[in-house]
Design a protein around this ligand. Structure first.
Ligand code: NDP
Ligand code: GDR
Length: 344
């Protein structure tokens, strides 16, 4: 029997990788996209087929996580075996500026989907994946962070995702739903959103190399993150829904690097060695060969409350799902810089 998947957030980084992954597994894939005044489907255009063709297995529906009736109708029409809830206002810094909207889409949006499954009587048919996040750990209580590490959210985004995490568990326990949280640590790719720090850096490196940009402005250089490759991480989402029992899993590489190290490695890819001078907001990253300023600090990118260090313990995912992160950090940085050099 051909399986049917419904992906929210299909136009995002993970939505695009997951849609391709599931289509390759023979799924029929439905995606929910928001109406926008300009095209927002660049990441999935290569998967799209004219609906008038035969054997079409990829369908798009207009929708929004803030609109319950729309979600109920789409789930009723598509009768999915698996729902992957990837849609979110996913930018931590933006969540400080739009806290209420972030809560509406990221926290209540998750509730709306779970409730839709229940209203439609699909509790026993439809499995549910929730895109939980390492941001839940926030002000970390333990290194590395595992499924049993206490949470301490440090942003409106993380607080909204904390609600989504617990409501997913509550629906699993209250109604016997097959609902899982993937606690994913940062994962990146050439199609990462352009305002996340990795992509911002790799794009700037490519632009500077080509003489299209003078320098790069960043915030906190000392934040440390456990960065993996998005293409690897979507497989873990799928694996969680193929197990006998629903459960929650940390998905991570187990290694951590600072933003500063990422900058050094990315510039290194185009033959620029960065030398740091000064302290705090006055710190600059110089081209060691020419003395030109490549990186400056702009305090605008500092967050009111920062998450200093994240590093995940993926042991449970390895033992129970047989999942491991494949693309190494250095190769990830190279992949992103190479793609930006090619594109821009
Ligand atoms: P992106 O920001 O790339 O994609 C987010 C997607 O959600 C986009 O398709 C966006 O649509 C959609 N969306 C936003 N708001 C709404 C809404 N109100 N209704 C419907 N759709 C909406 O995120 P990623 O692909 O990087 O992440 C996927 C999920 O995983 C997110 O929930 C994120 O919070 C979570 N996560 C991500 C991690 C990462 O490192 N990437 C790590 C841990 C968790 P549009 O294109 O129109 O903006
Ligand atoms: P994060 O990713 O907040 O971890 O959330 P982001 O790339 O935005 O920030 C990582 C770290 O870099 C520091 N930083 C900057 N960040 C941005 N965006 N821009 C800058 O100029 C800059 N300078 C320094 C930040 O302070 C931070 O410490 C991502 C998102 O994908 C979430 O949706 C997801 O849940 C988590 O990863 C896991």
């Amino acid at each position: 029997m051909t399986k049917i998947a419904l992906i929210t957030g299909i136009t995002g980084q993970d939505g695009a990788y997951l849609a391709e992954f599931l289509l390759n597994k023979g799924y029929i894939v439905h995606g929910i996209k928001r109406r926008a005044s300009s095209f927002n489907t660049a990441r999935i255009d290569h998967l799209y087929k004219d609906p008038h063709e035969r054997n079409v297995n990829f369908f798009m529906h207009y929708g929004d996580l803030t609109d319950s009736t729309n979600l109920i109708r789409i789930i009723q029409e598509t009768q999915p075996d698996e729902i992957y809830n990837l849609a979110a206002q996913s930018h931590v810094q933006v969540s400080f500026e739009t806290p209420e909207y972030t809560a509406n889409s990221d926290a209540l949006g998750t509730l709306r989907l779970l409730e839709a499954i229940r209203i439609l009587g699909l509790e026993k048919k439809t499995k549910f994946y929730q895109a939980s996040t390492s941001e839940l750990y926030g002000k970390v209580q333990e290194i590395p962070q595992s499924e049993t590490t206490p949470f301490y959210p440090r942003s409106p985004y993380a607080a909204a995702k904390l609600y989504a995490y617990w409501i997913t568990i509550n629906y699993r326990e209250a109604y016997g739903m097959f609902a899982c949280n993937g606690i994913l640590f940062n994962h990146e790719s050439p199609i990462r959103g352009e305002t996340f720090v990795t992509k911002k850096i790799t794009m700037a490196v490519a632009n500077i190399k080509k003489g299209l940009q003078e320098k790069l402005y960043l915030g906190n250089l000392d934040a440390k993150r456990d960065w993996g490759f998005a293409g690897d991480y979507v497989e873990a989402m799928w694996l969680m829904l193929q197990q006998d029992e629903p459960d929650d899993y940390v998905i991570a590489t187990g290694k951590t690097h600072s933003v500063r190290e990422f900058v050094e490695l990315a510039f290194g890819e185009v033959g620029i060695e960065i030398e740091w001078k000064g302290k705090g907001v006055d710190e600059v990253g110089l081209d060691a060969a020419t003395g030109e300023t490549m990186v400056e600090i702009d305090p605008r990118y500092y967050r009111p409350t920062e998450v200093d260090i994240l590093v995940g313990d993926p042991t449970k995912a390895k033992n129970k799902l047989g999942w491991e992160s494949k693309v190494e950090y250095g190769n990830l940085v190279k992949m992103m810089v190479d793609e930006d050099l090619r594109k821009f």
